[in-house]
Every structure is written in structure tokens, then in C-alpha cells.
Design a protein around this ligand. Structure first.
Ligand SMILES: Nc1ncnc2c1ncn2[C@@H]1O[C@H](COP(=O)(O)OP(=O)(O)OP(=O)(O)O)[C@@H](O)[C@H]1O
Length: 301
């Protein structure tokens, strides 16, 4: 039964730069860990298929190499196949935004990453479930899910070739003045709010969109989702307060609520993104699931 780390690599992360980084990282990792096994996704073998194959082969320590979308795909495969309790997962951040790893204090620098990995501290990380669209599709998320404007920025940027940490903050500013906030109904626990929503964010992790903090109150081990929403808010006020997204103070802006919720439903015309991937459209129901994932990280400090 192999207990050595098995690396699952997305060569397309960070606009393809991950493949170059991986070629540099592999000999460094081999020097530290000895013989390591790895699999690289391609058009014939998706990250989900590589994950299933790794579990079937008996690997218990998986390292996902890529950005948030990579970890999203691997963890979705683990949850769908009910394998989370057998696995210890370590993210190696080689994407553009790497927002999930920011909350978890997982360093990008390879030498520091290996130190965190070998220290072996783990948390029991919560996993969110999203049920969405007319066909009630299901996807799981581990960092942040976003609706309304947040989903629109991800949808519009999906086909851009340029991948950089600053892409989302720049696009967030660029698209904002032309965005018509949709009329939605948000229900969470005993609350119902109707109005024009600029954004609704559900957080397990705190960061999204390349270092922004839409849900600074999130805690990856908590038994409750973090929820932030901006309703009936003039665009000028959002622009004036946009600096707050780079601090934990977004809840201090008038019209923005930062709170927690066990179950959230949103009805009305909205898109949905999770972990930086555009998933589809509303209606959306979100909740945490019982399954947790053992994740190697440096959080809390
Ligand atoms: N071999 C492959 N070729 C093309 N795309 C792939 C391949 N393997 C996985 N993918 C897809 O690549 C996408 C982008 O990956 P990822 O999100 O990890 O990178 P990123 O966008 O640069 O990082 P971040 O989300 O942290 O900004 C994911 O949607 C994933 O499904």
C-alpha cells in the first residue's frame, strides 16, 4: 500500500506556466522525497480520472499541483466517489490566483512548501455543496462560491489567454460600471432579502479573485458557511470602497452584510462560480456536507 505522496499535475494551470514550473520542481521534489509518483492530466485523462486511478492504486497522500480549479476538480472527484476519509490532501499552488492556499497559509515557494508538507500539520477541512440550475446539478467547493457580479467576471474571463493574479482585480474594476445587478431573492436560515444584488459570496476560505477578501469571516474548519452580500448598493459607493476588498473590512461598507449561514438559497437570474470556475446559473442552494477532507497546511498560524 503506497504511503508516499502521489502528485496529480495540471499542466494548463496559470495559462500553461504550471508545466514549466513542474519541470523545475520535479527534480527538487525527487531529491527531497526520493522516488515520487506523479500523473499529468491531458485531453485523454482528466484530473478526475487521474484522482480515481490514484485512489484505486492505493495512494493515500495526494498532492494536487495547480490552481484553485485543479484542487476543485480533484476534490470533487474524491467527494463524488466517497473517498475523502481515506485521503490526506496537500495543495501545491501553481495556479495564477491560488486563493485557497492563501487562507491555508500554504506557500508557493517550493522549499518552504516542502517544509510545510513535511511538518505534516493537517486540518479537517469543510466542503460545501452547491445544487444549481434547472436540472439541480451538484458540485462541491472548498474555497469561495460567488453569484451575480462575481460569477459574471469569472464567466467573461474564462476564455482569456492572459492568466495572472491581477487579472480578476483588473476585470472586477473594468466591468463594474456597466453591470446591471440582478433582482434576486436570498434566503438564509430565517432571513429573506429581496433586491438588486451586486454580489453574494459563500466562503469556506477567505480569499477569492487573486487576493481579494470577500468573506474575511470564513473559517475552513467551522460548522457554518460565511456569507457576504451587497444589495441595493450604488455603483459609486462600491467603487469608492473597492480598496476594502484587499483588507478584511468589506463588512464596514454601507449596504454590505457579512454574516454566517447553515443553508443559503438564491432564486432569480444569476450566474454561479465556485473556486474560480464558472459553473452555471441559478437557482442555487448551498450548504456544508458531513464529509471533511484532511488537508496539509499552515493554517491557523
Ligand atoms: N491537461 C489539461 N489541459 C487543459 N486544461 C486542463 C487540463 N487539466 C485540467 N485542466 C483545467 O484547467 C483549468 C484551470 O486550472 P486552475 O484553475 O488550476 O489554474 P488557474 O486558473 O491558473 O489557477 P487559479 O484558479 O488559482 O487562478 C481547470 O478548469 C481544469 O479543469
Amino acid at each position: 500500500m503506497p504511503t508516499d505522496p502521489h502528485f496529480i499535475v495540471n499542466p494548463a494551470a496559470a495559462g500553461g506556466r504550471a508545466l514549466r514550473w513542474w519541470k523545475y520542481a520535479l527534480p527538487v521534489l525527487q531529491k527531497r522525497f526520493g522516488r515520487i509518483s506523479f500523473a499529468v492530466s491531458n485531453e485523454r485523462q482528466s484530473l478526475a480520472e487521474l484522482t480515481a486511478a490514484a485512489v484505486t492504486a492505493g495512494h493515500e497522500r495526494l498532492v494536487g499541483v495547480g490552481g484553485d480549479g485543479t484542487h476543485h476538480d480533484i476534490i470533487n472527484a474524491l467527494v463524488h466517489q466517497n473517498h475523502t476519509d481515506r485521503i490526506t490532501y496537500a495543495p501545491l499552488p501553481l495556479g495564477s490566483g491560488n486563493d485557497w492556499c492563501r487562507t491555508l497559509r500554504v506557500p508557493r515557494h517550493l522549499i518552504r512548501w516542502m517544509q510545510v508538507y513535511q511538518k505534516g500539520k493537517t486540518i479537517n477541512h469543510r466542503i460545501g455543496k452547491l445544487t444549481f440550475g434547472a436540472g439541480a446539478q451538484v458540485q462541491y467547493f472548498i474555497n469561495v462560491a460567488g453569484l451575480a457580479y462575481d460569477a459574471e467576471v469569472v464567466r467573461r474571463s474564462a476564455n482569456l489567454d492572459w492568466k495572472h493574479r491581477l487579472l480578476y482585480p483588473l476585470l472586477t474594476a473594468a466591468y463594474l460600471p456597466g453591470f446591471q445587478p440582478p433582482k434576486l431573492a436570498l434566503k438564509y436560515d430565517s432571513h429573506t432579502i429581496e433586491g438588486r444584488f451586486h454580489t453574494i459570496n459563500l466562503g469556506i476560505g477567505r480569499y477569492n479573485g487573486g487576493g481579494m477578501q470577500p468573506v474575511p469571516q470564513a473559517d475552513p474548519t467551522a460548522d457554518i458557511l460565511a456569507l457576504t452580500y451587497a444589495v441595493n448598493t450604488p455603483v459609486n459607493r462600491i467603487i469608492r470602497n473597492s480598496w476594502r476588498l484587499f483588507t478584511p473590512t468589506i463588512g464596514e461598507m454601507e449596504g454590505v452584510t457579512t454574516t454566517h449561514a447553515r443553508e443559503v438559497t438564491v432564486t432569480g437570474p444569476t450566474g454561479l462560480e465556485a473556486d474560480g470556475e464558472f459553473l452555471g446559473t441559478g437557482p442555487v442552494r448551498a450548504e456544508l456536507i458531513e464529509q471533511r477532507l484532511r488537508v496539509v497546511c499552515g493554517w491557523p498560524a
